[in-house]
Design a protein around this ligand. Structure first.
Ligand code: C5P
Length: 221
């Protein structure tokens, strides 16, 4: 942690949105460390719901079970490694189109965002729906092939088997479903700052994100 500039003493909310495997989670975690803020990866909530209804995929009870599972979630302490698989990501995007699932997860995310001292949240709709009042909004983009390669390396580093062709199609399928989600709010907020990380490694992307946050907060001050 580098320490908070004076204008950030009352806490700030940073919203980090972007498509699958854009690097938004790693960036959000880096920003949280840099500014000493708590971090919530909101994708984990949808992944947890998706995983709990995996056995019902394609069956009539899927939607109702997903709504029940979302309503049963009461905290944010998930094990990210257990939920990181590409198939769970696809399932997450299937439960994320259900309006009642989104509304069941809304308060939890909103409370996290508004906690005293500020917070960093990453997801799809943080800047548009969960925390439209966020002090700084980042919308992370990266070319689909670069995103696939990054996710493949992350999975390989965890010892998981990777089929790059299948992974590329899973990412495209998820993007298409997320962008078409009528309940999703997945688009850059009008006041979001776009950051393209295609050609940036994580250190360079984090430096760019910190420069945006510092710039916005300095202008606010
Ligand atoms: O961020 P991650 O890729 O882990 O998210 C998994 C899925 O959860 C996304 O593809 C999306 O469908 C859903 N999601 C969402 N809104 C969020 C976070 C995730 O709809 N804020």
């Amino acid at each position: 942690m580098i320490g908070k500039p004076a204008e950030m003493e009352n806490g700030m909310i940073i919203a980090v949105d972007g498509p699958a495997a854009s690097g938004k989670g790693t960036l959000a975690a880096g920003l949280a460390r840099h500014y000493g803020l708590p971090h919530l990866d909101t994708g984990l909530l949808y992944r947890a719901v998706g995983r709990s209804v995996a056995a019902l995929e394609g069956q009539p009870g899927f939607e109702a079970a997903a709504i029940r599972a979302a309503r049963a979630i009461s905290g944010t302490g998930f094990d990210g490694t257990e939920l990181s698989g590409a198939e769970i990501g696809v399932l997450a995007s299937k439960v994320a189109v259900i309006a009642e699932v989104r509304s069941a997860l809304f308060d939890l995310q909103r409370r996290f965002a508004l906690q005293p001292g500020g917070a960093v949240l990453d997801g799809r709709d943080i800047g548009t729906r969960i925390a439209p009042e966020a002090d700084v909004k980042l919308f992370i983009v990266a070319d689909s092939k670069a995103r696939m390669e990054r996710r493949a390396r992350q999975l390989e580093a965890r010892g998981l088997p990777v089929d790059r062709y299948a992974l590329y199609h899973q990412i495209e399928e998820r993007d298409a479903r997320d962008m078409a989600n009528p309940n999703g709010g997945f688009y850059p907020a009008p006041d979001a700052h776009l950051l393209d990380t295609t050609l940036l490694d994580i250190e360079a992307a984090l430096r760019a994100a910190v420069a945006i946050v510092d710039g916005v907060m300095a202008r606010k001050a």
